[in-house]
Design a protein around this ligand. Structure first.
Ligand code: BV8
Ligand code: ZN
Length: 255
């Protein structure tokens, strides 16, 4: 893929770059995107119902089983070329912040060091009663069959039911993560929006905030998104193909 010389110059001269990511950046690692996560046995459930406090209260074993299935997929997957390119980009520019909607740890495992998780993490379960962090008995769970119900573990401290450490629909985002992400969006020169359908709020405000603050907003996605009219530039393609090409173009400019 070719990139405009002014985008290459803008990136290399930028004081601060934000990379805002969604489930699409993990798709090439074999992690189903949030919308695709509802394939197979899960497709009979609506994520809007499964990924909610009410869904967990009504079906704790079903919801915990879904998250354990997803956790096992992540644990047995590897970061892809898109994650690695984002980590490499940080080494080519002055300051880079990753703001992710994803609950996996693939950015960190690709070497990204400044990662803000707006929607929590699969790896940080906590007690619904006392809030204590829960340590998984099995760090790398054997992949449960799709649709498998698994009883949530009991809290080590108070025996209350443990829940996934993610932000569900209807729940507020972690205040500190939101504040840091919003500030990064207001102070960056370029924001890449990678692999997100841009329909979930308030996360989807982040690219809009960057654009309103004067940053160049560049979308990386093989398909149209809800932000197509709002972004300044669309790099149409997979993250694992477009971003390594961008790194190559930047490196050739630097030699
Ligand atoms: C809140 C964690 C209120 C859990 C997630 C009506 C209008 C507007 C908003 C609302 C509304 N009704 C309700 C709301 C609010 C709601 C919301 O936005 N709903 C949407 C669906 C309309 N938001 C909330 O509830 C939020 N909280 O509002 O609280 C409040 C206020 C005060 C006090 C109390 C409460 C909380 C939202 C967080 C929900 N949790 N995740 C989990 O993961 O299980 S959201 C979940 O979906 C993901 O985390 C992700 O953030 C989100 C969107 O998914 P994407 O990442 O975009 O993935 P998706 O599958 O959609 O798209 C994939 C994209 O990748 C596609 O574009 C595809 O083309 C592309 N792609 C595919 N392959 C590739 C690729 N791109 C590049 N390369 C590839 N290879
Ligand atoms: Zn507890």
């Amino acid at each position: 893929m070719d990139f405009s010389p002014d985008l290459i110059r803008l990136i290399l001269n930028a004081r601060h770059i934000v990379v805002f990511t969604g489930a699409g950046v993990s798709q090439e690692s074999g992690i189903p995107t949030f919308r695709d996560a509802m394939t197979g046995l899960w497709e009979t459930f609506d994520p809007g119902k499964l990924a909610t406090p009410e869904g967990f209260a009504a079906n704790p074993d079903l919801v915990w089983g879904w998250y354990e299935w997803r956790r096992s997929k992540v644990t047995h997957s590897l970061p892809n070329a898109g994650h690695r390119a984002i980590s490499e980009l940080a080494g080519l520019v002055k300051h880079l912040t990753v703001v992710t909607q994803n609950v996996d740890d693939l950015h960190e495992r690709a070497g990204s060091t400044e990662v803000i998780h707006l929607h929590g993490s699969l790896h940080q379960p906590r007690c619904t009663v006392c809030g204590a962090a829960h340590v998984f008995a099995n760090a790398a769970p054997v992949e449960p069959p799709e649709g498998r119900k698994i009883q949530p573990p009991a809290c080590h401290q108070c025996q209350g039911p443990v829940r996934p450490g993610v932000v569900w629909f209807g729940e507020e985002l972690p205040a500190e993560a939101w504040a840091k992400a919003h500030s990064a969006a207001q102070n960056c020169d370029v924001l890449f929006s990678v692999g997100t359908s841009s329909v979930v709020y308030p996360a989807a405000i982040i690219p809009l905030t960057a654009g309103q603050a004067g940053a160049r907003v560049v979308q990386v996605n093989p398909l149209p998104t809800a932000h197509d009219e709002a972004v300044h530039e669309k790099l149409i393609g997979k993250a694992g193909e477009v971003l390594p090409d961008l790194i190559t173009a930047l490196r050739s400019e630097l030699t």
